[in-house]
Design a protein around this ligand. Structure first.
Ligand code: NAD
Length: 498
C-alpha cells in the first residue's frame, strides 16, 4: 500500500495531513494506496509556497519560461507509457485510451510552448501627437485547478501548462480517486527546470476545495467536474471575488439521419458510447435515430457490442473497455440499468452480471444498450457516466434537433449524415459548445478552446487555446507620451486625442 502525498516546493510532502482516503485498482478491486486529504494548515502552506513563487516566476522572461516548457514537453513525451499505466492502475481505463489521454494533454503543453507569440497584444502608434498606446497581458497570480477523476492527466493539462506559461503559479487539486499521476507530472516539470512552488499539487476532498475557494491569495479557479459541484464552485468563487470557469456534466446526443452510412454510424456510436466505459464528458450517451434508422442501426450496434473485449486495462492482451472507477460508481450505473427496465425502455444489450475471469472483484460492467427510450425517463435525463447507451427514436430531423436543444446540458453533440445542407443547419442551430459532423467526439485541438453551453459550463471562458490565455491573464493598456524635447506648454484641458 502506497502513501500518496502532496507536491510542494519541488518535492513530495505529506505536510501535516492526518486524514487519508483509499485509492483502488478498479481492475482488481484492491486498495492500492491512501491519498492525503489536506486540512486548513496544509492549504495555507501550499498557497504560501505558490504566492512566494509567483514573485519571481511572473518576472521571468518569456524565453526562459518557454525553454522550460519545451523541456517539459520532451520529458512528458518520453514518459508517456509510464504516465498512461499510472492512470490505468487507478482509473481502470485501458492502456491505449490512457495513452490517448496523455497525448491530448501533451498537445496543450505544445500549444503553451508558443506563448511568446500568443501573448502578443495590440500596439497603436501615434494615437495622439507623440502618444503611443498598447496592451500588455499580465499573469493573474496564484491560480487553482480542481479536476475530476475521469481524465486525471488530460484535464489538469487543459489548465496548468497555459496558466504557468502565462506567468501564473498553479495549485492542482486532483480527484482523490486517481491522484498519483498528478505527482509524476509535477516531478517531471521540476526535472524540466520549473522553479519550486510554480506547480504545486494539493491532494484532498471538499475541505481542500473550500479552502482554495475562500483563500484570499488564490486569484482564479478553474474547475472541471459534475454540474452540481460546478454550479457551487462558480457561485462560491465568484462570491469570494475570484475569476472562475467551471465546466460541468453532460448528456451528449448523436443524431443519425436515414441517409447516413449505418456501419460508420454504428462504429461511432459504440466507440463514443463505450470508450473509457462511458466515463467521458464527451461520451455519446444518447443516439437519436431519425425515421427508420432505429431498426437498421440497433442490430449493427449490438453485433459490435458482442465483439467488445472487456477486462483489466493493463493486461497483455489489448482490451476495448476496462473497469469503472469505483465499486460505488459501478453499482450506481448498474442501478440505472435496473431503472431503465422498470421505466419501460427496451433492453437490447445488458451489461449486468459480467464477470472477468481472474478479476472477479474488479468493478466491471458490460456494454448496455436501451432502445425506445423516451425523454421523460430518468435514464434519459440523468448523466449516468457509464457504459449505457440510450436510443431515442424520432420521426423527423426537426424533432431530433428540438430534443437536443431542450436538454439542460450543452457540452458536445454530433450528426451523422451525407446531407451537407442538414449538417450545415445542425451546426448552425444546435445549442452545444462542441459540434461534430460525422465526428462523434469533437474534442477541440489545444489551439481551439474546450467548453460547453448551458449547464455544462458556468462562467464566460472555455479552457485552453485563446480563451484559456484570456482567463489566465489580465489586460493592461498603457498610454505613453514621449514628447519631442523641443515642445513645451501647459494645457489644463481634458486629454483629447489629436
Ligand atoms: P465531481 O464533481 O464529483 O468531482 C470533481 C472535483 O470536485 C474533484 O476534485 C472532487 O474532489 C471535487 N468535489 C467533489 N465533491 C465536492 C464537494 N461537495 N465540494 C467541493 N468539491 C468537491 O466529478 P467526478 O465524479 O470526479 O467527475 C465526473 C464528472 O465530471 C462528470 O459529471 C463529467 O461529465 C464531468 N466532466 C466534465 C468535463 C467537461 O469538460 N465539461 C470533463 C470531464 C469530466
Amino acid at each position: 500500500m502506497t502513501d500518496i502525498n502532496h507536491f510542494v516546493d519541488g518535492a513530495v510532502s505529506a505536510l501535516n495531513s492526518t486524514r487519508r482516503s483509499d485509492v483502488h485498482n478498479p481492475a482488481t478491486g484492491q486498495v492500492t494506496g491512501q491519498v492525503a486529504l489536506a486540512d486548513a494548515a496544509d492549504i495555507d502552506a501550499v498557497v504560501a509556497s505558490s504566492k512566494a513563487a509567483f514573485e519571481t516566476w511572473s518576472e521571468m522572461s518569456i524565453s526562459r519560461r518557454t525553454n522550460i516548457m519545451f523541456r517539459y514537453r520532451e520529458l512528458l513525451d518520453a514518459h508517456r507509457m509510464e504516465l498512461a499505466e499510472m492512470i490505468s492502475a487507478e482509473h481502470g481505463k485501458v492502456r491505449a485510451d490512457a495513452l490517448g489521454e496523455v497525448g491530448r494533454g501533451l498537445e496543450v503543453v505544445e500549444y503553451a510552448c508558443g506563448i511568446g507569440q500568443i501573448l502578443q497584444a495590440p500596439h497603436s502608434e501615434d494615437v495622439s501627437t507623440a502618444v503611443d498606446s498598447y496592451t500588455v497581458r499580465q499573469a493573474v497570480g496564484v491560480v487553482a485547478g480542481i479536476t475530476p477523476f475521469n481524465f486525471p492527466a488530460m484535464v489538469p493539462m487543459w489548465m496548468y501548462p497555459v496558466a504557468i506559461a502565462c506567468g501564473n503559479t498553479f495549485i492542482l487539486k486532483p480527484s482523490e480517486k486517481d491522484p498519483t499521476v498528478s505527482l509524476r507530472m509535477a516531478e517531471l516539470f521540476t526535472e524540466a527546470g520549473l522553479p519550486d512552488g510554480v506547480f504545486n499539487v494539493l491532494q484532498g476532498d471538499a475541505v481542500a476545495v473550500n479552502g482554495l475557494l475562500e483563500h484570499p491569495d488564490v486569484k482564479a479557479v478553474s474547475f472541471v467536474g459534475s454540474t452540481p459541484i460546478a454550479k457551487y464552485i462558480h457561485s462560491t468563487a465568484s462570491a469570494n471575488g475570484k475569476r472562475v470557469q467551471a465546466l460541468g456534466g453532460a448528456k451528449n446526443h448523436m443524431i443519425v439521419l436515414p441517409d447516413a452510412d449505418m456501419g460508420q454510424a454504428a462504429d461511432a456510436a459504440v466507440s463514443a458510447g463505450y470508450g473509457s466505459a462511458g466515463e467521458r464528458c464527451m461520451a455519446i450517451s444518447v443516439v437519436v435515430a431519425v425515421g427508420d434508422v432505429g431498426d437498421r442501426l440497433i442490430p449493427e450496434i449490438t453485433s459490435r457490442i458482442d465483439d467488445l473485449k472487456i477486462g483489466p486495462g493493463l493486461s497483455d492482451e489489448a482490451m476495448d473497455m476496462g473497469a469503472l472507477v469505483t465499486r460505488d460508481h459501478r453499482d450506481r450505473v448498474a442501478g440505472y440499468i435496473d431503472m431503465g427496465e422498470s421505466e419501460g425502455a427496451t433492453l437490447a444489450a445488458d451489461g449486468r452480471g459480467l464477470t472477468v475471469e481472474g478479476h472477479e472483484d474488479g468493478f466491471f460492467l458490460g456494454a448496455t444498450l436501451f432502445d425506445n427510450v423516451t425523454p421523460d425517463m430518468k435514464i434519459y435525463e440523468d448523466e449516468i457516466f457509464g457504459p449505457v447507451l440510450c436510443v431515442v427514436r424520432t420521426e423527423t430531423y426537426d424533432e431530433a434537433l428540438e430534443l437536443i436543444n431542450s436538454s439542460p446540458f450543452g457540452n458536445g453533440t454530433a450528426i451523422f449524415t451525407n446531407d451537407g445542407g442538414a449538417a450545415r443547419h445542425f451546426r448552425r442551430h444546435v445549442q452545444a459548445g462542441m459540434v461534430g459532423v460525422n465526428v462523434p467526439i469533437p474534442v477541440p485541438m489545444a489551439y481551439h478552446s474546450f467548453g460547453g453551453w448551458k449547464d455544462s459550463l458556468f462562467g464566460d471562458t472555455h479552457v485552453h487555446g485563446a480563451e484559456g490565455v484570456k482567463f489566465y491573464t489580465r489586460n493592461k493598456v498603457i498610454t505613453e507620451r514621449w514628447p519631442d524635447p523641443h515642445e513645451r506648454g501647459v494645457n489644463l484641458g481634458f486629454p483629447t486625442m489629436d
